[in-house]
Write a new protein. Structure first.
Length: 152
């Protein structure tokens, strides 16, 4: 979503106006490589595995709704051509290679047919200010701040 900027050798900066809080950055990047909009190091989702959308087949009405499919910014959901448990046709399916666990589908579903695993309550969100980081990490943060201040 272009929410994160920066090059490989620099700290990446999160644009809060574009971030959808999906946590994908915390899964694929070392936490000390990401700055939030306040200039603090983010340790957003300290785990090895990204959350993933799961479908509750008994609840999905497929072609009668498709809200989750339409709202997904990553095209991670599609309609499988199969009968479902209702009077409609099709079942939402998740492509785990594209799903970031951003929760937009979960929030849009009025049928409670989709949820994110693990639930958000099980995730820890921590932000560490520069003062408690190791000197090496503090230098990288200072370098990123200087580059940001020098930018036109």
């Amino acid at each position: 979503t272009n929410a994160i900027t920066g090059v490989r050798d620099e700290l990446h900066i999160i644009d809060p106006t574009l971030c959808i809080d999906c946590g994908a950055c915390g899964v694929v990047c070392p936490p000390e490589a990401i700055l939030d909009d306040m200039g603090d190091i983010c340790r957003t989702f300290p785990r090895k595995e990204a959350p993933l959308a799961k479908i509750i087949e008994e609840n999905c009405i497929g072609s009668g709704c498709e809200l989750c499919i339409n709202i997904c910014p990553f095209d991670a959901l599609s309609l499988e051509d199969t009968p479902n448990h209702h009077d409609f046709w099709g079942m939402a399916t998740v492509d785990p290679r594209k799903c970031t666990g951003c929760r937009l589908c979960e929030q849009s579903c009025g049928w409670s047919a989709i949820y994110i695993d693990p639930p958000r309550e099980m995730l820890k969100r921590k932000v560490y200010p520069m003062e408690i980081l190791t000197p090496k990490k503090g230098k990288g943060l200072q370098r990123a701040k200087e580059r940001q201040a020098a930018a036109p």
